[in-house]
Design a binder for this molecule. Structure first.
Ligand code: PGA
Length: 258
């Protein structure tokens, strides 16, 4: 696990956008795994800027998002379909037919989850997966105690996740109770994973993810078992790491770019 500790959120965001753009230059038809949430908004804004400056094209890429709320139509303003259109797809050269999210309003959500998993497998699995990190350790909507081998399926959201996301809805009660999410096993099949987290509120879970035991109690800790993961964090999110000095010594270029 590569741990890159940035002085600011802004440079952490630039770093993630840079890794993403670099991968697309190397392999323009990469299958991208995309995430939603507050943290990713700044990454997408940076990617749009890179695209507008002619430094990044997504024209040949395909993308699969991690998750979607069960019961929300793609045009619902709180759906992740809507988020992705607003925050990224409408502003870059992604072909709409190459962008995929689970259908939250599918008549049979379980069948939809199976279909989505099969579509990811059919695309050859994810090349580069972007991840945010839930304060409770979730990746995608794989809440604590999710099977570390799980595939795309329906998950019941925890009270704390619904609470964290209530800011996007009119009220807590409007936050759906269920989501379709890529499984942890699905995510672990990605060739390469880049996780971004910042702020003091994530410091504890960042420490558990990187230095804690691998446990379904903190689903993100399973990333310790992946061959190619880059964790990009700011100083606030790094504040509870025991081996922080070591990570900074391994990657001095992060703090003093050449
Ligand atoms: P956030 O969400 O970026 O809004 O903190 C991250 C997540 O829950 O995966």
């Amino acid at each position: 696990m590569k741990v890159l500790i940035h002085e600011t959120q802004a440079t952490a965001v630039d770093c993630v956008a840079g890794l993403f753009a670099e991968r697309l230059v190397k392999q323009p038809d990469t299958v991208l795994g995309l995430a939603t949430g507050g943290t990713m908004e700044a990454v997408y804004a940076r990617l749009i800027a890179l695209h507008q400056a002619g430094q990044m094209s997504m024209a040949q890429a395909r993308s699969f998002n991690l998750d979607e709320y069960v019961g929300l139509r793609p045009d619902h303003p709180c759906s992740y379909w809507y988020y992705m259109r607003e925050k990224l797809f409408a502003h870059v050269d992604m072909r709409p037919e190459n962008t995929f999210l689970p259908c939250g309003d599918a008549a049979d959500p379980e069948a939809e989850a199976d279909r989505y998993e099969a579509a990811i497998v059919g695309a050859g699995d994810i090349g580069l997966q972007l991840l945010g990190l839930g304060a409770n350790g979730h990746i995608g909507f794989n809440e604590p105690t999710s099977s570390l081998a799980s595939h795309t399926r329906i998950k019941t959201l925890t009270h704390s996740t619904r609470d964290a996301n209530a800011r996007y809805f009119d009220s807590f009660d409007d936050v759906p109770r269920l989501a379709i999410t890529m499984g942890i096993g699905t995510i672990m099949r990605a060739q390469e994973i880049v996780l971004l987290a910042f702020g003091e509120g994530k410091a504890e879970v960042v420490a558990k993810m990187i230095e804690g035991p691998v446990s379904a109690a903190c689903p993100a800790s399973v990333l310790q078992m992946h061959r190619k993961v880059t964790v990009v964090i700011d100083e606030a999110a790094a504040s509870k790491l025991s081996l922080r000095d070591y990570y900074e010594a391994v990657h001095p270029e992060v703090r003093a770019p050449k």
